[in-house]
Design a protein around this ligand. Structure first.
Ligand SMILES: [Fe+2]
Length: 478
């Protein structure tokens, strides 16, 4: 109970008082959860992973098709056996169904194999359990509801890195029982470099250990590509690292991202795509020009995005997610991918009724004003980011002193820091802190609570009013 009270927090209480509906949404899983906060994953009967055994050393749930009726399950082994079987059943069923996996080599790995099944024709909003060889306690998953008549919650953020902070944020997120987690790039920070393969192993260890609920439900993950998924000559040259070895040994080309394209099973085949949740939500997983994606008009991804958004503009919930922000909180607004995303994608978002876009990369928390055609406007798109989930160095928000004059011309500087603004004028709220974004959709409504990795609420959008009449509803849950 002490643990639960800490999780709720003083500030959080203030906010939930204001909004009875979200009280139910947030508090229910907290009260339902077990008091223990150390989650154990079942590996094998001894609790130890064995080299060469069939016990999974990685486990990842993803979606390639409609999450209301499908689930893609990957598990990694160090055993040489190919195409092992996975068993699954509805939670209340006696009968187990058996599916054979497809096996692919983990890129650049000598001993790790990825086994993949895609379960289809599942029932919406239904709990399942599954087991793979070497696992004693079955894992669970649940499919997404096929409508949004009841609240649906997911968590998003980016720049996860590996290590303890990654696990800490994951554990906290898992306590909120989200349907899935959406990460907008810069995942294991292996930089597409085979010499850093251990980072991917660590990243998968972290997911198995911490992105799981107390009832052994694995939380599905959706990802996009970031710059740290990509092998870049420029970065290696800058750091003085040896370029010839990976070139000679693995034939790596500039901007290749073999880990990313092979490890993940995404909707679409080019490193970007859209995932349709029946007719109520579409999530656009975009490449802000790090891999083979492109952000300019006339180029494949932007052409595709224009049509994909237009086809879905009457759906209530459209969420683009990508790595480099249109409205950065730290870096120059006029360099690299930022102006391209802002000039080429933002007009498509606003034209097709996107309300909120998720951005990453700058390692801060930021929320913009609603932005339309580069200006604050009531009907604009709100950009929420900027990627500080795990062990990344959290940065200071760009201040007029810190953005170098070298990064902006005089006119640009006067534009972005207009009227003597300390921060770029588009930033409504900002904080230098690790965090995640808890998204709730319900009917046509969207609500966002931003939580730091010490479980303090740092922002809420839209802000809710706090009528005293709702207090009694909240007290029932205290
Ligand atoms: Fe990044």
């Amino acid at each position: 109970m002490e643990c639960q009270m800490k999780i709720i927090g003083k500030e959080f209480k203030k906010i939930i008082i204001s909004f009875g509906f979200f009280t139910l949404v947030i508090l229910f899983p907290l009260f339902a959860m077990q008091a223990e906060t150390t989650f154990k994953h079942s590996v094998d009967s001894s609790g130890e992973q064995e080299f060469g055994s069939m016990a999974p050393v990685g486990l990842l749930l993803q979606w390639q098709q409609d999450p209301t009726t499908t689930m893609t399950i990957d598990w990694h082994t160090t055993d040489s056996q190919r195409n092992p079987e996975l068993e699954y059943q509805e939670l209340n069923d006696e009968e187990w169904h058996t599916v054979q996996s497809t096996s692919i080599g983990f890129p650049f790995s000598k001993d790790r194999i990825i086994h993949r099944v895609e379960l289809t024709n599942l029932m919406p909003a239904t709990k399942y359990r599954f087991r793979v060889p070497g696992v004693e306690r079955p894992y669970k998953f649940r499919t997404m509801p096929d409508n949004v008549n009841k609240p649906i919650r997911f968590a998003t953020g980016g720049d996860t890195h590996v290590g303890e902070e990654f696990r800490k944020t994951n554990r906290l997120v898992a306590q909120y029982d989200p349907e899935f987690v959406l990460w907008g790039g810069d995942l294991a920070y292996a930089n597409g470099d085979p010499r850093q393969i251990e980072r991917w192993y660590d990243w998968f260890d972290g997911i198995m250990e911490s992105l799981i609920t107390p009832t052994n439900r694995m939380i599905p993950v959706l990802v996009t590509i970031g710059n740290h998924e990509v092998f870049k000559y420029e970065r290696l040259e800058r750091s003085g690292a040896d370029l010839t070895e990976p070139m000679r040994k693995w034939g790596l080309e500039d901007r290749s991202a073999r880990f990313f394209y092979n490890i993940f099973a995404m909707p679409g085949s080019k490193g970007w795509g859209v995932l349709d949740f029946n007719d109520y939500m579409s999530i656009f997983l975009l490449d802000s020009n790090y891999g083979i994606g492109t952000t300019n008009p006339g180029e494949p991804q932007t052409k595709w995005l224009k049509n994909a958004l237009a086809e879905r503009r009457n759906k209530p919930h459209l969420f683009p997610v990508y790595h480099a922000p249109a409205y950065p909180s730290v870096r120059s607004m006029e360099k690299k991918a930022h102006p391209r995303v802002r000039n080429n994608w933002a007009p498509l978002f606003q034209k097709n009724r996107v309300r909120v876009a998720f951005e990453n990369h700058d390692h801060t928390y930021k929320r913009t004003y609603p932005m339309r055609d580069g200006e604050i406007h009531a009907t604009g798109v709100v950009y929420i980011g900027d990627g500080a989930w795990g062990d990344v160095g959290v940065r200071e928000i760009a201040s007029r002193q810190e953005i170098g004059r070298d990064d902006l011309t005089e006119d640009e500087y006067n534009h972005w820091f207009r009227d003597g603004a300390e921060w770029p004028f588009y930033i409504k709220k900002g904080k230098s802190v690790r965090h995640f974004i808890l998204v709730t959709i319900h009917g046509p409504h969207q609500h966002f609570i931003m939580i730091d990795n010490n479980n303090n609420v740092i922002d809420e959008y839209p802000a809710t009013s706090r009528p005293e009449t709702l207090k009694s509803i909240t007290e029932e849950f205290d």
